[in-house]
Structures are given as structure tokens and as C-alpha cells.
Design a protein around this ligand. Structure first.
Ligand SMILES: Nc1ncnc2c1ncn2[C@@H]1O[C@H](COP(=O)(O)OP(=O)(O)O)[C@@H](O)[C@H]1O
Ligand SMILES: [Mg+2]
Length: 211
């Protein structure tokens, strides 16, 4: 968690924040306020509420986890947004990460078009292979659902919303692979996007290939 060059946290006073967000549109918000902003310059700012001290978010802020995970995932060859800045914004009690959006749109956004274009099945199979490759690389992506996966113009998959991803330096175990699909399986219209058997069997196939 040592601060590396380029990802030090900058403190933004309220004027600077108001200035940054002028002309921005709100991409996501909840009852606590804005969560994701699209700035006038086309970059995205994701805001995280600062948690009470004593919680893990106080000593390892989500914005920093987002940036660290981006670096780790990129090293594994997985497409992620390019991190530009980390901010602390005391006036609104938020931490923030600013990034260049990953080119492309989320699978949730293009699902309908994929169906109309008759490429839905093909896309689902490619998505299942992507999930297997994440697991083989040791990536446990807790927020795995179609709204957090981007399909890029060059037909690759990438991840956004990565602050709670976990990366271990070994392939995931069978039960971890199965557990990682639980959330997706609970979402109507998205559960059939991943073939559970292929994902769980991938673990066995890897083992057999080794002996
Ligand atoms: N890197 C990105 N590339 C493209 N769109 C993005 C990107 N990051 C966020 N978005 C857009 O912003 C929305 C919310 O981002 P996300 O980080 O998933 O927020 P939330 O915490 O609300 O789920 C996404 O559904 C997507 O439409
Ligand atoms: Mg999300």
C-alpha cells in the first residue's frame, strides 16, 4: 500500500470540486447523493463516502483500492479504466477516483442489441470464457454482473467498478469460482449469461492438464 508515483491522493477544496464538476452529468446516484459523474472533459469521477474511523475503508479507502486494483488487473492483461487522479474532498466527505472511461459499453447496455443482431449466444460464450480466464488469473470479481463489464470496440471484455475485486497469485479454487457467480445468478435476465458448468469445470480441466 505504499504510495507510488502518480497515485498520491490530492486534497480538493470545495471551490476546486465545484469547478471540476461544472458541466458534469450524473451517471449514477443514490439516496446519499451522486456516485458517478461524467465530467465535461469526458473523464469519469467515482465518489466514495468516507466511512467512520475504525472501518477498513478509513485505513484503505475505496478510491485507493480502485486504483491499486486497476494496476494489478492491467498487469494481468485485463482491460480496466485508466486511472488519472485520486482525490480527497473534505467538504462533501468523499474520496474520489478520476479515470478515463474504458472504450465501449457495458454488457447490460448492449444486451438488447446483441439479441437483435443475433450475436447473443456468441457473446455469452465469449463472456463465459472471459470469466474463466479471470478465475484462472486469480481474480475474484465480487461485483460480477453485466453492468460492471464493458465490451470494447475491439471485441474484448473489460472491468469497471473494481474497488472490491480481489486478486490472488494462484488460480481460484472450485468453490471460489462457483461462489463468484452467485450474485450474477441472482439477477434476472443475466444469470444465463455465464455457463456455470463450464466455469466450475474449468478448474478440473486445468488440474487434469497439469498431470
Ligand atoms: N470505465 C467506464 N467505461 C464506460 N462506462 C463507465 C465506466 N465507468 C462507469 N461507467 C458508466 O457509469 C456507470 C456506473 O459505474 P459503476 O462504477 O459501475 O458505478 P456503481 O457503483 O453505481 O455501480 C456504469 O453503469 C457505466 O454506464
Ligand atoms: Mg457498477
Amino acid at each position: 500500500m505504499l504510495s507510488r508515483r502518480g497515485d498520491s491522493v490530492k486534497k480538493l477544496d470545495n471551490d476546486a470540486f465545484v469547478n471540476m464538476r461544472s458541466g458534469a452529468s450524473v451517471l449514477e446516484a443514490d439516496s446519499y447523493g451522486d456516485k458517478v459523474l461524467l465530467l465535461a472533459d469526458g473523464t469519469i469521477v467515482k465518489l466514495f463516502r468516507r466511512k467512520r474511523w475504525l472501518s477498513s475503508a478509513a485505513w484503505y479507502p475505496y478510491a485507493k483500492r480502485f486504483a491499486d486494483n486497476a494496476a494489478s488487473l492491467r498487469r494481468l492483461g485485463i482491460r480496466v479504466p485508466e486511472i488519472l487522479d485520486l482525490f480527497r474532498i473534505p467538504s462533501i466527505e468523499r474520496d474520489a477516483v478520476r479515470y478515463q472511461p474504458l472504450p465501449g459499453r457495458t454488457l447490460r447496455e448492449i444486451r438488447r442489441e446483441a439479441l437483435d443482431a443475433g450475436i447473443e449466444q456468441e457473446l455469452k460464450e465469449a463472456f463465459t470464457r472471459f470469466v474463466v480466464s479471470l478465475h484462472d488469473s486469480g481474480v475474484y470479481f465480487r461485483s460480477l454482473h453485466l453492468g460492471n463489464v464493458v465490451y470494447t470496440p475491439d471485441h474484448e471484455f473489460g472491468l469497471i467498478d473494481i474497488s472490491d475485486a480481489r486478486i490472488v497469485d494462484r488460480p481460484l479454487r472450485k468453490y471460489e469460482r462457483a461462489r463468484n457467480l452467485k450474485r450474477l445468478q441472482g439477477i434476472e435476465g443475466e444469470s444465463e449469461w455465464v455457463d456455470l458448468t463450464s466455469v466450475v469445470d474449468a478448474h478440473r480441466k486445468r488440474r487434469e492438464a497439469r498431470v
